[in-house]
Design a protein around this ligand. Structure first.
Ligand SMILES: [Mg+2]
Length: 385
């Protein structure tokens, strides 16, 4: 079996609202879809939810955008991919790492398409290539974007009405204002919802972070704090200075990052993206390190469209360890809405069927491969290039 044809499509999905986080400069939803087709007629799909202003701590990882992804595929990596056997995904990825350093979102997209082909060819769901499903229902944590307190509280109330019990809340790094946002949300949702702020590295130093976290614990009973500061030393100091778990996101992209975090005690929970890790296989390696260290983990992402979110769901199904609610999209098709606000970042999508949603959880797809198909009409509608 050989890859015979390759196609990239850039789509832009209609957004539900002006969602954002501290340091986000691009707008979400303008992503690359990859189709790889074999000489046996099997097509595999991948998605790069590439964002130029999203990267690692202190410039350790760079942003990617649709044009960078396209350049890498068309000009750099296509000679390796055309004629390659998708069943050798791991060695192809190793070779890609030699040809082009970095660019994990591009590589994750390629790996997804390769594994999708292999799983479709074997007529099994993709998670079986990762060892099989540990769970079939994935609890979803909604992400409330940066907003004024009243606006954030109104959104949070609707999320609870949609049946979700977990919320990540984007805050900007101004302790007084962040506390007001969390207080307003707690007032709106009651005591029975888990809330945690994501500061996206926003506090200017360790002591400011510790004071802000304590104020938000007092005002809103937050259950954790995500990436309060930048850098492994600062993260370790915050983790030692507070009594709630610290989640690492920007600080953990690779298995090597995870090892360093464990050995420096720089976080209590590891946030895993199939994209940051250059794919699902390395995401599983990060999961193995977290489990071995006794750290819980969650699947988080860049608000994927339907193809990328299928990868998220297979990953969340297959990870072994203490897996917390996933901060991922509930992909919504126009006219077939399952939630109004909870998990909804786009009002339409490019897949033919939504993932099944009930009681705050998405069901892991059980069709062959990723278990999603592209809707050709929606591709035409949302294609920008
Ligand atoms: Mg985050």
């Amino acid at each position: 079996m050989k890859v015979e044809a390759l196609e990239t499509i850039v789509v832009e999905l209609p957004r539900r609202s002006a969602y954002g986080w501290r340091s986000l400069e691009d707008s979400i939803g303008r992503y690359v879809i990859l189709k790889l087709t074999t000489d046996t007629g099997v097509t595999g799909l991948g998605e790069a939810p590439a964002i130029l202003s999203w990267g690692g701590e202190h410039g350790r990882y760079f942003g990617e955008d649709p044009q960078i992804v396209r350049y890498l595929i068309d000009e750099v990596l296509s000679p390796l991919l055309i004629g390659a056997d998708p069943r050798s995904a791991r060695s192809l990825l190793a070779r890609m790492d030699e040809i082009a350093r970095g660019f994990p979102y591009t590589k994750a997209m390629i790996e997804s398409a390769l594994l999708d082909i292999v799983a479709r060819d074997a007529n099994v769901p993709l998670h079986q290539l990762l060892g099989g499903a540990m769970r079939w229902q994935i609890p979803i944590c909604h992400s409330v974007g940066l907003a004024e307190p009243e606006e954030a509280a109104a959104e949070a109330a609707q999320v609870v009405a949609d049946g979700l019990r977990w919320m990540q809340v984007k805050v900007g790094g101004d302790p007084a204002r962040d506390t007001e946002v969390l207080r307003a949300i707690r007032r709106a949702v009651g005591d029975d919802v888990e809330l945690y702020p994501d500061v996206n590295r926003g506090y200017r130093d360790v002591k400011t972070a510790i004071m802000a976290i304590k104020a938000m614990q007092e005002a809103a009973a937050i259950c954790a704090i995500e990436q309060p500061v930048e850098g492994i030393e600062a993260m370790a100091s915050v983790a030692a200075g507070v009594d709630i778990p610290v989640i690492v996101d920007e600080g953990c992209w690779s298995p090597q990052d995870a090892l360093e975090i464990v050995s420096r005690r720089a976080a209590d929970i590891v946030s895993i993206y199939y994209t940051k890790a250059s794919g699902l296989l390395r995401s599983m390696e990060i999961g193995a390190i977290a489990k071995a260290a006794g750290l819980p983990m969650n699947v988080n992402g860049s608000l994927e469209a339907g193809v990328g979110n299928a990868a998220n769901l297979h990953l969340a199904a297959a990870l072994d360890g203490a897996v917390m609610p996933a901060v991922i999209t509930i992909n919504t098709l126009e006219g077939r809405e399952q939630t109004r606000v909870g998990g909804v970042f786009y009002t339409d999508d490019i897949i033919t069927d939504p993932f099944a949603y009930a009681d705050g959880c998405l069901t892991v797809p059980d069709g062959p491969g990723l278990g999603v198909e592209l809707d050709p009409d929606k591709i035409e509608k949302y294609r920008v290039k």
